[in-house]
Design a protein around this ligand. Structure first.
Ligand code: B16
Ligand code: MG
Length: 223
C-alpha cells in the first residue's frame, strides 16, 4: 500500500463510524428490516439494504415503505420502527466480541498509544449496546451516537460534536467512514475522511482502505 497521507499521520483526533467500520451490524439491520417487509407481505433484498447503510432509522423505514409501496400514517410508522428495533436488538444482543472487524481494536489501541484522541460518531441509537457487546467502550474518549444528535449524516453535526467533546478543532480530526453520507458529513465538518471500502463506492473519500487493519500495517511500518 502507498504511504499514509500527512493528514492521517498528523491528526490529533480520530472519529469512527460504527456500522461498516468497526463491526458489520448491517447484516442484523437487514434481517430485521426484511422480517418487517415480509410481515407486510413484500420482499426486501440485500441490494435494497445497501440504500439503508449509514441512514437514520426513520429514513430507513421510509425507504423500505417506498420499496413496498406502502403509504401509512405517523402512528403506524412509529410502531413499525419500534417493532424493527426490538428485533434488531434481539439479534445484536447475541453478538460476541469476536465480531469486531479485522484490525479495528488494534488500530484504535495503536492510535491511543500515540496520544491520538478517539471518539465514536455513529447514527445508531444502539451504539452503547454494540460497544458493550464488543467490549470496546473504553477505547473511546467520547461517544456521539443517534441518542445525542438531532441531524443525521450527511449533516456534519455528529462529527462536529465529536471534535468538540475531544476538545479539538475539527481540522485536526480525521473521520473513518464506510458510507457516502458519512464522507460528506466529514467534509462538511471541515475534516478529511478515510473511506473503508472501495474507491468506486466512496469516490469522495480522501484515502481508501479495505479495513482498519490495513492502516495498522502501514503505521507499524512507519514506526
Ligand atoms: P439504529 P452507523 C447506522 O450506523 C447504520 O449504518 C444504519 O443502517 C442505521 O439505520 C443507523 O445506524 C441507525 O441505527 O436503528 O440502531 O439507531 O453506520 O452510523 O454507525
Ligand atoms: Mg457506517
Amino acid at each position: 500500500m502507498n504511504h499514509l497521507p500527512d493528514f492521517l499521520t498528523t491528526a490529533r483526533g480520530a472519529l469512527f463510524d460504527l456500522d461498516g467500520v468497526i463491526v458489520d451490524t448491517a447484516k442484523y439491520h437487514y434481517q430485521a428490516w426484511k422480517r418487517l417487509a415480509n410481515e407486510l407481505r413484500f420482499d426486501f433484498t440485500e441490494l435494497d439494504n445497501e440504500r439503508l447503510k449509514g441512514v437514520s432509522r426513520m429514513r430507513s423505514l421510509d425507504i423500505l415503505l417506498e420499496i413496498g409501496k406502502f403509504d401509512i400514517g405517523e402512528a403506524l410508522r412509529e410502531r413499525m420502527s419500534i417493532l424493527k428495533d426490538n428485533w434488531y436488538v434481539e439479534y445484536i444482543s447475541r453478538m460476541s466480541e469476536d465480531e469486531i472487524l479485522s484490525g479495528a481494536r488494534e488500530y484504535i489501541q495503536y492510535l491511543r498509544s500515540q496520544g491520538v484522541k478517539t471518539a465514536l460518531g455513529s447514527a445508531s441509537r444502539n451504539a452503547p449496546l454494540i460497544l458493550e457487546k464488543l467490549r470496546i467502550t473504553d477505547l473511546f474518549d467520547a461517544i456521539i451516537d443517534g441518542n445525542c444528535v438531532t441531524h443525521a449524516k450527511p449533516d456534519p453535526e455528529v462529527f462536529l460534536r465529536g471534535a468538540e467533546a475531544l476538545g479539538l478543532p475539527p481540522e485536526s480530526c480525521v473521520v473513518y467512514e464506510d458510507a457516502e453520507a458519512g464522507v460528506e458529513a466529514a467534509h462538511r465538518a471541515g475534516m478529511k475522511a478515510v473511506g473503508i471500502g472501495t474507491a468506486e463506492a466512496l469516490p469522495e473519500a480522501d484515502f481508501i482502505v479495505a479495513s482498519l487493519g490495513e492502516l495498522l500495517g502501514d503505521h507499524a511500518a512507519v514506526l
